[in-house]
Design a protein around this ligand. Structure first.
Ligand code: ATP
Ligand code: MG
Length: 371
């Protein structure tokens, strides 16, 4: 069985240990200290949080995914649903009705599992002024013997709310008094997380300790990958592994995706060398082709010129004369305009003074197609 997993959180033996981050996060949680976890996409933020909390054993987690959250009603209902999930898994079904009566949970029987499930009455629209009540509700679940950790993942998307300022202010005013319930705020879009935690005008300014999640330590992760290949008696040469890491800019999720494709395209007992990487990439291209074609449809010719030059040259100096010459774009101001658009479309992002492709396989495909 393919031992590589991507596009989902990884747990237990599938989780490559990150002891330093794990310790930092666990210590904060034990102290009731709020933290915010920041890192690029697919670096392993959610897995780290879930794995750290799982290992703490004592703590129960209220996990709320705020990806694409649209309104205060949506925000609050996601929190309440997360509480319901936690209670349901602990078998405390009666308590849900007692404590949430004002939000009117609706019970029904899941036709497949036959178990009771709960949803919320959609005719009740929750406004930001319900935030304090819901935060109090969370704290009512917290106790010394069964401490709670609240995880608000993709927290930057709270800025999508029409009344984001009010929601943030109400949330902050309550959360700061819950000194024994730790909150973990996680997010991946740097500027937006910065707006929430590092802007003096924001209600959350300096309200949580930052933890940065970058690539996994290279040696540790390479050993982890080598051992995974060993489960199918495959060996991978050091050069090939370095090439895999370079193609993926060391991002764990992308490395696992490419290794998964390498596994699929090589036989049991194989010695994987660099020659096998193109075939694995082809498999990924075939899966992702529709997305690439959509991207090509929405960019202009000029933006495509820039993308292909970024693929060839990297994004450290896109205004330099060498870069302009290679790209065929005459003026630096045109590069800047095109870059802004590509940033807005989230095709590229800015990382430590460099523009990078959000999807490294799209970059590899552009190179492969020689567009
Ligand atoms: N500790 C780890 N060990 C092994 N693989 C990992 C680890 N952390 C992350 N990964 C790889 O990265 C993928 C994404 O992990 P995860 O969803 O935790 O990242 P994330 O940073 O929360 O991503 P996103 O920004 O998309 O929410 C996993 O499916 C796995 O392939
Ligand atoms: Mg995540």
């Amino acid at each position: 069985m393919n031992p590589f997993h991507y596009g989902q959180i990884v747990k237990k033996a599938d989780f490559c240990r990150r002891p330093e981050l794990d310790r930092k996060l666990a210590d904060s949680i034990k102290r009731g200290q709020n933290v915010y976890i920041q890192g690029e996409r697919r670096t392993g933020k959610t897995s780290l949080i879930c794995e750290t909390i799982r290992k703490l054993k004592k703590n129960r987690m209220i996990y709320v995914d705020l990806l694409e959250v649209k309104s205060s009603d949506d925000f609050l209902k996601r929190i309440v649903t997360a509480i319901i999930d936690m209670e349901q898994s602990a078998g405390f079904v009666d308590r849900i009705f007692q404590k949430l009566s004002h939000i009117r949970p609706v019970a029904s029987i899941d036709p497949i599992t036959g178990l009771p499930t709960f949803s919320l009455d959609s005719s009740v629209e929750l406004k930001p002024d319900s935030i304090p009540g819901v935060v109090d509700l969370i704290s009512s679940y917290h106790s010394k013997t069964k401490p709670i950790v609240v995880v608000l993942d993709e927290f930057q998307d709270i800025l999508n709310l029409k009344d984001a300022r009010e929601a943030l202010a109400l949330l902050r005013s309550k959360v700061q008094f819950q000194s024994d319930t730790p909150y973990v705020f996680a997010g991946s879009i740097r500027n937006e997380m910065d707006r929430i935690f590092n802007d003096p005008g924001s209600a959350f300014f300096k309200s949580a300790v930052p933890i940065q999640v970058g690539p996994i330590d290279k040696d540790t992760f390479q050993k982890f990958i080598i051992n995974r290949f060993k489960t199918g008696k495959r060996r991978i040469t050091a050069e090939s592994l370095n090439t895999v890491f370079a193609i993926c800019f060391n991002i764990p999720g992308d490395i696992q995706q490419l290794c998964s494709a390498l596994w699929d395209t090589t036989p049991y007992g194989d010695n994987i060398s660099e020659e096998q990487i193109p075939m694995a990439l082809e498999q990924i291209f075939a899966h992702e082709l529709k997305g690439y074609e959509t991207t090509l449809k929405i960019v202009t010719k000029q933006q495509l010129k820039l993308l292909t030059a970024l693929a060839r040259q990297g994004g450290k100096a896109p205004m330099s004369s060498g870069f302009l010459k290679d790209s065929g774009i005459v003026q630096a101001s045109s590069v800047q305009r095109a870059l802004n658009r590509l940033l807005g479309l989230r095709i590229v992002f800015h990382h430590e003074n460099e523009y990078r492709f959000v999807n490294p396989f799209f970059r590899a495909w552009l190179l492969h197609k020689k567009l």
